[in-house]
Design a protein. Sequence first.
Length: 396
Amino acid sequence: MLSKQYKEMLSQKSVIRDMFYFATERIKTHGAENVFDYSIGNPSVPVPEAYNKKIEELLENPDFTSIHGYSPNLGILSVREKIAAYLKKTYDVPYEAEHIFMTSGAASAICHAIRCVVEAGEEVVVFAPYFPEYRPYIELAGGIMRVVEPDTKAFQIHFDKLEEVLNEKTAAVIVNSPSNPSGVVFSDATLKKLAAFLMEKQKQYGHEIFIISDEPYREIVFDGKTVPYVSKYYDNTLSCYSFSKSLSVPGDRIGYLAANPSCAGAELIASMCGQISRGLGHNCPTAFIQQAIGDLIGTTADLSVYETNMNLLYDAFTSLGCECIRPDGTFYLFPKAPEPDARAFCDKAKYANLIFVPGDSFGCAGYFRVAFCKDTKTVERSIPVLRNFMRETYGI
Ligand SMILES: Cc1ncc(COP(=O)(O)O)c(C=O)c1O
């Protein structure tokens, strides 16, 4: 018999993918140069040359088992050691290799983290606007997703709403800073307040509440900002990192989970992830990709184009009167739609060849996401199209 659960999911497909599909089809009839696909967060900057060189070097090694053989269950030890040393030096948190588990990107790190600390029927809190894939990550692990309504002024945490949602069944809270879709970085004050709140709740309920910190955009920040490292604020933190955006290699599927050395069960988490992997059929990221990033930890692609694009689009939307938080980082903008229904707005915009994603799928109706991981010339060409569309449709 076909699985009822997965069959039902076929009717809840990703709106981001739907919009991306629309753009792909539209390109066939209108030409790639006339369709501005701001739907999907696929990095657009070139991969650092050092990364490609490293892979070439590795593939020349005649000892093919060290390149193409199985990697150890938790990841290649020397790579885990390098990651731990980098994190220790950068964030002053005393990680060792035993706290690091290699994953296929942040998606896999989050799925492992959830299974590590959430029992079936327990709750995981997310802050709107949130990355829509959190729902399948949580629900397919047997957890229940609880949403904290957004703070649409600053896109920090709405603590009064958090107080309403968090309860004795809460096992984990997912934090994503810088955030997809708002681009906002959670401030030092926000993280201090969150840590104090969760510590208090842990005491009250007599069990751990973990933070699962989703950090694929850690290096993409603007205006010289820095990103406070969540694990520094709260011991029971599992950091989920990805090289997808920093090295521009999302198809290579590489990242890691780092368990704070002072978290509950710190010495067990990576080994537990190894067991979770067996059930997921995950069994480690590709061995030579692990080795390639091992020598490039802390290196990034040239990410500066994202700041250039952000400034162009932020100025364009705000000059059209759209309310919009200025992103601290990422490659997303999250403006308020010029009509209450952002789905209706995105439906109209897509026939003007401007492909956006309504905020409803991020738990924040009335807003829409613009993924500006494009080359700057494309962004520049899209601005007159946007101005025309807003004038003709909304008289702006
Ligand atoms: C907030 C967030 N988390 C997790 C992911 C998953 O990224 P990956 O699995 O490629 O590392 C993404 C991808 O876009 C994301 O935006």
